[in-house]
Ligand binder design. Structure first.
Ligand code: KG4
Ligand code: ZN
Length: 407
């Protein structure tokens, strides 16, 4: 392998202002201060607030990333940055900073697709790891392909066929809401705040034993049925269970969940009316049971499609990425579906939610791949630019093109 590249990576795609220094796939620093306090009271990310927070923080975050990695910008080989998908006015701030740095310090600029970052986040290595950068060899080992990428975040739910390093085909995706979005919206109905995904996971984990779950078929539909210790029953549909393709849908689940919450609320209100003449909304038992039901139903649909994809494409590995991969339950159900196929996922929760380290990993793997394939000579500049690597940092004309919305 040629020299291992060092990159300073930036991601401002949504509500995290993140910068990171990555050596090959080794994460030397990954700074990601949360903007949660700005957005929480609005129940979701407010783009204009995200932009202001990015402007406020970007310089410090970049400086902190370099300091923590104990690197100066002169020691860095490339500047890498997310160019989409994401909120345009948030992305702009990171892109502007990356351009400025590349221009000032005469470094090539590598542009990265945010979803590719999530996809490759499982290659990240700890700085303390003995066999440094060993997973780069795995990445370039042709025996590990085809691979199945499963991306589950707040913005996307996608199944990607990775045919060889950097060669992707999207073979399945949600037709409406993403799985994370479904968690956040349903959690909001239960008053769990934003983002609700982590709390749904926590409640479901703590109380899972109190509900007996089974999938049943009724007419043409697949349903998740849950029965509680006191005989209470819940049902939710598993959308797209019988569709032959690998696409998914979570908006129907959200609507059915809303109906279930409303029905339970009405029942609860009438009981409480009778007892005390006042209402208190859903009790803890119902809330935790609903979290268990939602988690089980959403993952059931995803696993059905992952199973189908495994049977059809016989992948050598499964790569998991995206915020919802922070859930151990999700990782476990996918591992179970994958049986003896290796499942790769990030070593830390901080690498599952939006972060710049995954962007640095994608950037460095691109650069290594290109360096292996072509000599970086002036006549190859066109090839470099086709691959999002701008060897002339002053030529930024192409970077503002609208990035494809997913892989
Ligand atoms: O990847 P990400 O940080 O942002 C996007 O690129 O969309 O994903 C955020 C999503 C949110 O929907 C959030 O509720 C969900 O990931 N999430 C979780 C957990 N942590 C974050 N969902 C379930 N369990 C978690 N522990
Ligand atoms: Zn993301």
């Amino acid at each position: 392998m040629n020299k291992i590249p060092f990159t300073l990576a930036i991601d401002t795609s949504c509500d995290e202002t993140s910068a990171s220094v990555v050596e090959g796939v080794v994460v030397l620093s990954n700074i990601q201060p949360s903007q949660m306090e700005y957005h929480k009271k609005y129940g979701g990310v407010v783009p204009s607030l995200a932009k202001l927070a990015h402007i406020d923080r970007i310089d410090n975050v970049v400086e902190e990333a370099l300091n923590k990695a104990q690197k100066t910008i002169e020691e860095i080989d490339t500047i890498s940055v997310t160019v989409g998908p994401g909120l345009a006015i948030a992305l702009e701030i990171g892109i502007k900073k990356a351009k400025e740095l590349a221009e000032k310090h005469l470094k090539p600029l590598v542009i990265v697709n945010h979803m590719e970052g999530h996809l490759l986040s499982g290659f990240a290595e700890r700085n303390s790891k003995q066999d440094r950068n060993a997973s780069i060899d795995d990445y370039f080992d042709n025996n590990n392909y085809p691979t199945l990428g499963v991306l589950v975040s707040g913005g996307h739910t996608e199944i990607i066929l990775v045919k060889s390093p950097g060669v992707y085909e999207k073979i399945g995706e949600t037709l409406d809401d993403s799985l994370g979005e479904c968690f956040d919206k349903c959690g909001r109905m239960l008053g769990l705040g934003y983002p609700a995904g982590p709390l749904i996971t926590e409640f479901a984990k703590e109380f899972r034993g109190s509900l007996k779950l089974e999938t049943i078929k009724r007419n043409q539909s697949t349903l998740m049925k849950g029965k509680g210790e006191k005989g209470e029953t819940y049902e939710l549909p598993v959308p797209m269970a019988s569709s032959k393709d690998l696409n998914m849908s979570f908006s129907g689940l959200k609507t059915a969940f809303k109906q279930l919450v409303n029905e339970l609320n009405e029942k609860e209100i009438s009981i409480q009316d009778e007892i005390k003449g006042e209402t208190h909304g859903l009790g803890k038992q119902h809330i935790t049971n609903l979290c268990i039901m939602l988690e089980a139903t959403a993952y059931e649909q995803l696993v059905l499609k992952v199973n189908k994809a495994i049977q059809e494409f016989k992948p050598k590995e499964v790569w998991l990425g995206g915020g919802v991969v922070a859930s151990a339950r999700l990782r476990n159900v996918i591992r179970k579906a994958a049986k003896d196929i290796k499942v790769r996922f990030p070593f830390s929760k901080k690498l599952t939610t939006d972060n710049a380290a995954m962007i640095g990993i994608a950037s460095n793997l691109h650069v290594i791949k290109l360096a292996n394939e072509i000599s970086i000579a002036p006549e190859n500049k066109a090839t470099l630019e086709e691959n999002g690597i701008f060897s002339d940092p002053l030529d930024f004309s192409k970077i503002d093109r609208i990035p494809s919305l997913s892989l």
